[in-house]
Design a protein around this ligand. Structure first.
Ligand code: F6P
Length: 341
């Protein structure tokens, strides 16, 4: 068989581990040939690719980023490019494509699959918000980076008797905020799933100082928003891909908390540092397992599906199910983390 692989959307620690695993399983176990499309869907639309043999993936398991490059693509470009993509698949003699990506990539994968392309997806995102898989690789690494940052920020916050508002990634869901906040013992956690009341947050942080504590750490997911009518909020705009961009929730909260509490407050935006660098062992293993199972699914002809973690098993699920909704933090998780607002 000849298999194409690509990485699309925001990058994520573990992408290289999947690429390596696909090549190892396909070449070693099945005698397949593998090619990698460059810069995500763009490579498929332009036929821009390189051959991936065992040498090409040697030494990349622990490397962050993606050796294939990534990009975001507008849905309309992909819709218009279906015939072009099919043409490249024919010309390159490909039997299957394995796109590795998050919500946007998997929606694009479904579109191509519905149009007859043989696709097996692999989910990735540090945000952990893909439905129907228990976990995505990259999440464990991102939570580790954020937790380490929170631990470090505690000491400087205490020296200066400050409130530090630490913004973590999570456009739609609060998984990174919840897990890093729990791991580091943050004093308040603000997530997109629960619009917050600034008065409640102020009281929560204020009570800590009244109890004699010298500092406070607030973790906020980038997509967190105030409850309607509770606070003026500068709405984000939409970027060129149609994604909502928020206007710096940590900056806003730092200004508000400082004004309301009369305590120094500083915003810290962790940003893309959460996506960079070497994946944790957990993410390397999950990524490697996804790659292995994606190749097996190709050989079984299970197209239009995606690998997923269910408990400790890797299964495949229909792409349609995977993109139907996002996996938000379930209500029962908040009971275990009383510092969530
Ligand atoms: O989808 C993962 C993610 O990390 C989001 O949490 C974040 O909003 C986004 O990517 C940022 O992406 P970009 O690389 O386009 O700035």
């Amino acid at each position: 068989m000849r298999i194409g692989v690509l990485t699309s959307g925001g990058d994520c620690p573990g992408l290289n581990a999947v690429i390596r695993s696909v090549v190892h399983r396909a070449v070693d176990a099945h005698g397949d040939e593998v090619i990698g499309f460059l810069d995500g869907w763009r490579g498929l639309l332009d036929g821009d690719h390189l051959e991936l043999d065992l040498d090409a993936v040697s030494g990349i398991l622990a490397r962050g980023g993606t050796i294939l490059g990534s990009s975001r693509v507008r849905p309309e470009d992909l819709r218009d490019g279906v015939e072009r993509a099919k043409g490249h698949l024919r010309d390159l003699g490909l039997d299957a494509v394995i796109p590795i990506g998050g919500e946007g990539t998997l929606k694009a994968a479904r579109l191509l699959s519905d149009n007859g392309l043989p696709i097996v997806g692999v989910p990735k995102t540090i945000d952990n918000d893909i439905a129907v898989t228990d976990v995505t690789f990259g999440f464990d690494t991102a939570v580790g980076v954020a937790t380490d940052a929170l631990d470090r920020l505690k000491t400087t916050a205490e020296s200066h008797q400050r409130v530090l508002i630490v913004e973590v990634m999570g456009r739609h869901t609060g998984w990174i905020a919840l897990h890093s906040g729990m791991a580091a013992g943050a004093h308040a956690i603000v997530v997109p799933e629960r619009p917050f009341d600034i008065k409640e947050l102020t009281e929560r942080v204020g009570a800590r100082f009244e109890a004699g504590k010298r500092f406070a750490i607030v973790v906020v997911a980038e997509g967190a928003k105030p409850a309607p009518g509770t606070m003026d909020f500068a709405e984000g705009g939409k970027d060129i891909y149609g994604h909502e961009r928020f206007a710096g929730i940590a900056n806003l909260l730092a200004v508000e908390l400082e004004r309301r509490l009369g305590k120094e407050a500083r915003p810290v935006i962790l940003g893309h540092v959460q996506r960079g660098g070497t994946p944790t062992a957990y993410d390397r293993v999950l990524a490697t397992r996804f790659g292995w199972h994606a190749v097996e699914a190709v050989h079984r002809g299970e197209f239009g599906r995606m690998t997923a973690l269910r408990g400790t098993d890797i299964v495949t699920v229909p792409l349609a199910e995977a993109v139907a909704s996002l996996k938000t933090v379930p209500e029962e998780r908040y009971a275990e983390a009383p510092t969530v607002l």
